[in-house]
Design a protein around this ligand. Structure first.
Ligand code: PLP
Length: 373
C-alpha cells in the first residue's frame, strides 16, 4: 500500500474527503436552488472526477477546448458544453464527428457570425444536431457580445434559422469577480450578471425565440451568492479543489482546500528553505484573470503540523524559496504547499496522488493533460 510518507516528491496531493465534500456542496447548492450544475472540468482534467460530479447530480460538464472535449467524450460523459468560441472548421469538424460517433449531446458557444457560420456548416455537412449558445460579456471583457447592443438577438436568430443548429440559450462568465475587493463585492458582480442576463434573455424571447438555458458561473460568484435569479445553470470549476485565492475572497477556509503540492526541503539557508517544487510544478500564477491579491506563490505547511504556513516567496523552474522566518525545516522534511490557484498546477501535472482518510494513496491520471488546443 502506498502511503503519504513514502511517495516521491514533488507530487500533487488530492484529499479525497475534501474533494467529495466540495463536489457534494456544489450539487446541494444547485439542487436547493433548482439549477442545473455543469461543472467546468478544466480545473481537474480528470475523467474519474467528472464521473464523480455527474454521479453527484451534474447534468453534464463544461470544457475549455475542443481537444479537452474529445477526452471526455471518449470518457463517456454524455452532455458537454465547450465554453469557448470555436471558429476553426478543422477543430469543429473533428469534434462533431466524435460527438456523433459517441452520441454525445454537444453545446457550443458563439459571439460572432463567423462562429455561427463555421459551426452551422459543419453541423449541416455532418447531419449532426448541435446546440449553440450565445456568449454574453457581463464585465470580464474577454469574449461575448455587448449586452447593450442587438448582437445577442441577431446571433440567436441566425442560429435558429440554420439547419441542424438549435438555439441553446445564453452563457456568461463573470471572471472579473476574482478581482473583487471582498465577498460583498463578489455578490454585487453576481447580481449584476443576473440582471444583464435577464435583460438579454427578455429581448431574445421578445423577438420570438425561447431561451432554454441561462448559464452563468465561476466559483466565486456561485459560492458567494444565496440567490440565483434569472439563472437556470451554474458552471463552477475550481470549487472541486478550492485554493488560496478563494480563501482570500473570504469564501472558504484552508480546511476546504482539497489540492496541495507535497514537496521536500532539499536545502536551507539563513532566510529560506529550498523545496523541490518550482514554477514547473506550482506555476507562477498568483491568481485567475491577473488578480493580484496574493503576493507569494503559495503557503508551505510542514506535514503533520498545524503550522499556519510559510510563504513561498519566489520560484525558479525546479526550486521554491520558502521564507522560514528563522526556523528552517530540516533538510528532508516534507511540506504541503497550498497553491494560490489550483487549476494551473493541475495543468502542469500528469497525475494526482489521491489520499483517503486512512492515509492510503492512489494514483489518478490527469487524462486531459496537454489538451490546450
Ligand atoms: N466558465 C467559463 C467560461 C470559464 O472560463 C471558467 C473559468 O475559467 C469557468 C466557467 C469556471 O470558473 P471557476 O474556475 O472560477 O469556477
Amino acid at each position: 500500500m502506498v502511503r503519504l510518507d513514502t511517495i516521491e516528491t514533488p507530487a500533487i496531493l488530492l484529499d479525497r474527503t475534501v474533494l467529495e465534500r466540495n463536489i457534494a456542496a456544489a450539487a446541494d447548492r444547485a439542487a436547493a436552488h433548482g439549477l442545473q450544475l455543469r461543472p467546468h472540468v478544466k480545473s481537474h482534467k480528470s475523467v474519474a472526477i467528472a464521473r464523480m460530479q455527474v454521479a453527484a447530480g451534474a447534468c453534464g460538464i463544461t470544457v475549455a477546448k475542443s481537444s479537452e472535449a474529445e477526452v471526455f467524450i471518449r470518457g463517456g460523459i454524455a452532455d458537454i458544453t465547450v465554453a469557448y468560441p470555436l471558429i476553426d472548421p478543422g477543430k469543429i469538424t473533428r469534434l462533431l464527428m466524435l460527438a456523433k460517433e459517441h452520441g454525445t449531446r454537444l453545446n457550443l458557444i458563439v459571439d460572432s457570425a463567423v462562429g455561427v457560420d463555421a459551426i452551422g456548416t459543419a453541423a449541416r455537412d455532418m447531419a449532426f444536431e448541435t446546440n449553440l449558445m450565445v456568449k454574453v460579456d457581463v464585465g470580464l471583457h474577454r469574449c461575448g457580445v455587448d449586452p447593450s447592443g442587438d448582437d445577442a438577438v441577431t446571433l440567436a436568430r441566425m442560429i435558429a434559422n440554420r439547419a441542424r443548429l438549435t438555439f441553446g440559450g445564453i452563457i456568461s462568465h463573470a471572471g472579473h469577480a476574482y478581482s473583487a475587493a471582498d465577498r460583498d463585492a463578489v455578490v454585487a458582480i453576481a447580481r449584476e450578471e443576473q440582471t444583464i442576463m435577464r435583460d438579454v434573455a427578455d429581448r431574445i424571447a421578445a423577438a420570438g425565440m425561447p431561451v432554454p438555458c441561462t448559464s452563468v458561473g465561476s466559483t466565486p460568484t456561485v459560492w458567494a451568492c444565496d440567490r440565483y435569479e434569472n439563472t437556470t445553470e451554474i458552471r463552477p470549476g475550481n470549487y472541486v479543489f478550492m485554493d488560496l485565492v478563494q480563501a482570500s475572497l473570504g469564501l472558504i477556509t484552508k480546511a476546504d482546500i482539497a489540492l496541495t503540492v507535497l514537496a521536500t526541503a532539499v536545502s536551507c539557508n539563513d532566510t529560506h528553505a529550498i523545496i523541490d517544487a518550482g514554477s514547473k510544478v506550482l506555476s507562477s500564477d498568483r491568481g485567475p484573470h491577473g488578480s493580484a491579491r496574493l503576493t507569494s506563490y503559495g503557503l508551505a505547511v510542514p506535514v503533520g503540523t498545524d503550522h499556519p504556513g510559510m510563504p513561498v516567496v519566489s520560484l525558479s523552474e525546479e526550486h521554491g524559496f520558502v521564507a522560514h522566518g528563522g526556523q528552517c525545516p530540516a533538510i528532508g522534511d516534507r511540506l504541503r504547499i497550498y497553491p494560490n490557484h489550483a487549476c494551473p498546477v493541475v495543468n502542469l501535472a500528469r497525475a494526482f496522488q489521491v489520499i483517503d482518510e486512512n492515509g492510503k494513496c492512489e494514483l489518478w491520471p490527469i487524462d486531459a493533460h496537454g489538451t490546450v488546443f
